[in-house]
Design a protein around this ligand. Structure first.
Ligand SMILES: [Cu+2]
Length: 109
């Protein structure tokens, strides 16, 4: 799964896959050192009971993820207050327990 994203990101940016894989480790350490970067997206679906939301998002730097639409969990159901399908958001997500968790979520571009 992760490898697929790296390859997809490499294709998008035009870097050869081998180079992207070799550059992955130092880039990851760099990303961790930075303050939690925010990614722009648009909410497509909200599931308050399951504490999940679907976001169409731009490239996520810290996760090395190309733009896509996918499901994230949220840390806390209250983060979904005022969030509806169509809401433009900026968010930070982290990998946890084989899934992706939104740790910060704010409205607006
Ligand atoms: Cu994604």
């Amino acid at each position: 799964m992760k490898r697929a994203w790296i390859l997809a990101a490499a294709l998008v940016s035009g870097i050869a896959p081998a180079a992207a894989l070799a550059a992955d480790a130092p880039a990851k350490a760099e990303a961790k050192a930075k303050a939690a970067p925010l990614t722009a997206g648009e909410v497509k679906k909200v599931d308050r009971e399951a504490k999940k939301l679907t976001i169409q998002h731009g490239p996520i730097e810290n996760l090395k993820m190309p733009p896509m639409t996918m499901v994230f969990r949220v840390k806390d159901a209250s983060m979904l207050d005022g969030i509806e399908p169509g809401t433009k958001v900026r968010f930070h997500a982290e990998e946890a327990n084989g899934g992706y968790v939104v740790t910060r979520l704010q409205k607006g571009k």
